[in-house]
Design a protein around this ligand. Structure first.
Ligand code: FEO
Length: 401
């Protein structure tokens, strides 16, 4: 049966959730699944905002037929050409041969790259600030390059004050009947996945997200309709504030994340001792992760949340223990900046990974290394206990300041 929900009197959600997908983009574990949103505006003309992933294509096309209720489809706006939103585009255009495709020049090029489809006389190419009136509704096209692909754009409906925001403001997680963020406990149950989605998917593109936020600040927005996850109609400022922090690489909290990579348990023991001393000194909500067991997308997400990072790793191949090397590389690739970092190295005959880890952070912007690096030769001895106590003193003083 049909799962179509009203957002305003003219705007309908046609999304669907995939609860069987294990990895988003084949990379990121999503145990809560993923929602692919598409929207239909029924005005004097009908407008479809994006399509969906193949996995939910059949149900989307059924929902579209039902929502149109016998009407023709006049326009398909392609805000984002990544296949999780465009895989069903060709079939949609085949079923509705009179529909005009709206996208920017890059979008139209990408449609040609993905599909063999003659769009002659079916394309409206738009650029920043172009408008479309469909009767009562007036749409403005807002370019959002690199949020998350170069062709990405948003569409603003000034009539109902709706920003169709493409990947921006999305999150991992299937929708469970409640399509609005104010119908779920977003802060406690969705925020970690929203953060993990943002930081791993568009975290690298902070300046481009900032550019979009500046444009959005000039719009009167009552609804944000993203391509993934719940729709926002309340408390929008709270979510935009999260995006302000993430896109400027500003920590959300004065908090400590300890990430450790240990081969036989001695390095993680040092990390645990440090965590206990930090707790003794009043640091709350310490997050400690074993990089051999925690997905790296979680490490990236938590590094964006926390102001202070402690990286504890064994030396391996005279370099950094591989899972930690991978994690640090991901932090660098996602452009993490503005953090205070403490390092703990271990190595039975040549503990050298501290200098290698320090070199990775030196290549990132505005990362402050707390000297000295705590160095272990195998297990924690009295000298390292004292060094860990001293490190805990300095981190706690900074965090609690
Ligand atoms: Fe949800 Fe960049 O696609």
């Amino acid at each position: 049966m049909y799962c179509v929900k009203s957002i305003t009197s003219d705007i309908f959600w046609l999304g669907a959730s995939d609860r069987r997908v294990d990895l988003f983009e084949g990379v990121y574990p999503i145990p809560r699944g993923a929602a692919y949103n598409a929207y239909l505006v029924k005005d004097e003309k009908t407008v479809l905002m994006d399509t969906v992933d193949h996995a939910v294509g059949e149900i989307f096309l059924e929902n579209l037929t039902y929502a149109l209720d016998g009407r023709n489809l006049d326009y398909v706006v392609v805000n984002h050409m990544e296949p999780d939103h465009s895989a069903t585009l060709m079939e949609t255009l085949r079923r509705y041969p009179e529909a005009t495709v709206i996208g920017n020049a890059k979008t139209i090029t990408m449609i040609g790259q993905f599909f063999d489809l003659d769009l002659t006389d079916r394309v409206m190419t738009v650029k920043e600030g172009d408008t479309l009136s469909t009767g009562k509704h007036n749409f403005t096209f807002v370019m959002a390059p690199m949020v998350h692909w170069p062709e990405a754009m948003c569409t603003y409906d000034s009539t109902d004050k709706v920003l169709f925001s493409a990947d921006a403001f999305g999150t991992f997680g299937a929708l469970n009947g409640n399509i609005f963020a104010d119908e779920v406990n977003f802060e406690t149950e969705w925020l970690p996945d929203a953060r993990r989605y943002y930081t791993n998917i568009v975290g690298k593109y902070g300046p481009q997200v900032q550019a979009l936020l500046k444009k959005a600040a000039g719009l009167d927005i009552a609804y944000i309709c993203p391509l993934h996850g719940p729709i926002w109609r309340e408390n929008i400022g709270w979510y935009i504030d999260k995006y302000q922090h993430w896109s400027t690489y500003t920590p959300e909290e004065k908090a400590v994340m300890i990430a450790c990579g240990s081969i036989y348990g001695h390095t993680v023991n040092a990390a645990e001792i440090l965590a206990c001393r930090l707790a003794d000194k009043g640091v709350r909500n310490i997050a400690l992760y074993d990089v051999t067991r925690t997905d790296v997308s979680e490490i990236v997400s938590e590094a964006f949340r926390c102001s202070h990072l402690v990286i504890a790793a064994a030396t391996y191949n005279n370099a950094i223990y591989t899972p930690m090397e991978n994690a640090l590389n991901e932090l660098k690739l996602h452009n993490l900046q503005n953090r205070t970092v403490a390092l703990i190295e271990n190595g039975t005959w040549a503990p050298t990974c501290g200098k290698h880890m320090s070199a990775v952070f030196d290549e990132m912007k505005n990362m402050t290394i707390m000297e000295p690096i705590v160095s272990l030769k195998s297990s924690v001895k009295e000298a390292q206990r004292a060094a860990l106590e001293d490190l805990a003193d300095r981190i706690a003083a900074d965090v609690l300041a």
